[in-house]
Design a protein. Structure first.
Length: 152
């Protein structure tokens, strides 16, 4: 049994140059986990910040579980990400000195059934970088198409 992806941030690789990926846990309430099992999560606008030696995830939209009685939490509340101190120290220096951004790439259940967040250390692309990457993708797609027809 491998990981079951709950949601992914497809805009991340278009708008950012991803340099490093980290796997981290996330602090959730019980009804939020049940809502995640139904894949009701949106991380497209989410980002993370380092505050007081902790990594906090903002703008991650997890709607309240429909069948929960009274343990309903706010959908976009800040959630603490669980990392080791040395990983947080390393991230702090990179974010402060080089101007990188922390953004979630995907959320998934690991083999043990725990919710994990793939956190990307990324740098924003300029408009011309985005255009260049689109051109490169189109060229690769065209080459694959030509090679596919030649092999027939």
């Amino acid at each position: 049994m491998s990981e079951k992806v709950i949601c992914s941030n497809k805009k991340l690789f278009r708008d950012f140059a991803v340099l490093d990926m980290l796997e981290c846990g996330i602090e959730l309430k019980g009804s939020e986990v049940k809502s995640m099992r139904e894949a009701h999560v949106n991380i497209n606008d989410a980002f993370a910040r380092i505050e007081n030696g902790e990594v906090v995830l903002y703008q991650c939209h997890i709607p309240p579980y429909a069948k929960a009685s009274y343990f309903k939490e706010e959908a976009t509340r800040p959630r603490k990400l669980l990392l080791h101190k040395r990983e947080i120290a390393k991230l702090t220096t990179q974010v402060a000195q080089r101007g990188f951004t922390l953004a979630p790439s995907k959320m998934y259940f690991n083999r043990r059934g725990l919710v994990k967040v793939a956190l990307a250390l990324a740098k924003g692309k300029k408009l011309y970088d985005r255009r260049e990457s689109i051109k490169r993708k189109e060229l690769d797609r065209g080459l694959r198409r030509v090679m596919k027809h030649k092999s027939r």
